[in-house]
Design a protein around this ligand. Structure first.
Ligand code: ASP
Length: 425
């Protein structure tokens, strides 16, 4: 174990410790001085906010450069473009299958447990519910009108499309192409270093985010919808501890325990930030340096997964649909259930992994099956904690599919997977 990889290990531990300490501090503040104006002004809206939101900004800052550079490096190193088609086909197929399993399980659970019967939500918080774009528009929007605009807006799918095309052109362009490719290979190394630098402040960011949440979440919000909250959490845990390990074992033969040990950084980040998009740099780093997936596969599957794969979100949507139907006394038909399954799989394709986007998607689903959109207000108050947990599940799904695809393509390094430290800095 080198000096540097040892540090990496220590950093992971510090991030987890920060998470636990943040939670304890938040709860302690909550039951003592969180209501005092000076605590709000100086600590929660002051120091913690600057450190927490600043840290999320640093992560977001890295997303577009890392996706762009890493994807070009990956695609331009493919000797055969058919490989890209195969990797893409497998990844998209698996992403859809895992989401399909998630939403089906969620609907089953909602039907059996009936969380909406007898619910008595406390709050109706006003919040803007944006429209979900139709699927045809999602397809059109995948092609950037202007790549710089797409990157400036952080629009993931058009950025991915442009980077793939540029990467292909580089690999077809002979001598000049190989010069450009070698520049991007070097650039990729540099950006990974940059991720390492930002990781150094991660423990503080994670602490501030979690402490604020702990200090500001009132327990009474949960009372009327407790069954819903517990059911979503239970199904997220089932998905993470039963479905994913089974898939990993069946499709790759690898140990789920080792898998989870290697991805604890992105898990902690996803949980603290509630954004699989902002977590991309950390996911990519862990998938490459700890799981042993090659850059060729992960540079494609990770950003794609952060955009189109949302298994945890699908679970929330399935249970929320059941909850809202039950609360309003509406009986859903089998066709409506099928529609929910299809809509949830398709709707997640065009939306970025940012906090709260699951609720926006849910609005689209409710409209399509004819349930009142206002139903969302019933569960808004408790969504943040579920958002954090489902984002961790979403990111696990991205890492899992990346591993399965890489293993089947001979792009997987088992020695890295089994090692306790990072393979490179
Ligand atoms: N916050 C989730 C994510 O980024 C999406 C959601 O469920 O709201 O993956």
């Amino acid at each position: 174990m080198t000096e540097r990889s040892f540090d990496h290990q220590k950093l992971s531990n510090r991030i987890l410790i920060a998470l636990v300490l943040g939670l304890l501090t938040g709860v302690l503040l909550n039951v003592t001085v969180a209501d005092q104006p000076w605590v709000r002004e100086w600590l929660l809206d002051g120091l913690f906010r600057v450190v927490g939101e600043g840290f999320v900004r640093f992560l977001s800052m890295l997303v577009v450069p890392i996706v762009f550079v890493s994807l070009i490096t990956g695609v331009s190193s493919l000797s055969d473009p058919a490989t890209l088609g195969r990797v893409g086909g497998k990844a998209i197929g698996l992403y859809m299958v895992t989401t399909g399993i998630a939403i089906t399980l969620a609907l089953l659970a909602a039907t059996l447990v009936q969380p909406g019967v007898g619910a008595n939500p406390e709050v109706l918080i006003e919040r803007e519910i944006r429209e979900v774009p139709p699927f045809t528009q999602v397809l059109i929007d995948m092609v950037p009108r202007n790549p710089v605009e797409a990157m400036a807006q952080g629009a993931m799918l058009p950025t991915i499309v442009f980077a793939i095309l540029l990467g292909l052109a580089i690999s077809f362009a002979g001598e000049p192409g190989s010069r450009v490719a070698s520049f991007f290979r070097d650039f990729n190394e540099v950006i990974m270093r940059l991720v390492g630098i930002v990781m150094l402040i991660a423990p503080y960011g994670v602490f501030a985010l979690i402490a604020t949440l702990g200090a500001t979440t009132g327990l009474s919000t949960f009372a009327g919808v407790l069954k819903y909250v517990l059911l979503v959490l239970a199904m997220l845990i089932v998905h993470a501890t039963v479905v994913y390990p089974l898939l990993l074992k069946l499709l790759t033969g690898l140990s789920p325990i080792v898998f989870y040990r290697q991805i604890r950084d992105p898990l902690a980040f996803a949980f603290s930030t509630a954004s699989s998009g902002a977590t991309i740099p950390v996911t990519l780093r862990a998938v490459q340096q700890r799981l042993g997936v090659s850059n060729r596969v992960s540079s494609f599957t990770v950003p794609l997964g952060a955009t189109i794969n949302m298994d945890g979100t699908a679970i929330m949507q399935g249970i929320a649909t059941g909850f809202i139907a039950q609360y309003f006394g509406v009986d859903l038909s089998f066709t409506q259930y099928l529609m929910v399954v299809l809509l949830v799989i398709l709707a997640s394709v065009g939306t970025a992994g940012v906090p709260g986007v699951g609720l926006v998607l849910l609005a689209g689903v409710l409209v399509q099956v004819g349930l009142p959109v206002e139903g969302i207000a019933l569960i808004l108050g408790v969504d943040r904690i579920l958002d954090m947990t489902r984002t961790a599940v979403n990111v696990t799904g991205d890492a899992l599919v990346s591993t399965v695809v890489a293993r089947s393509e001979g792009e997987f390094d088992e020695a890295i997977f089994l090692s306790r430290a990072a393979a490179s800095p």
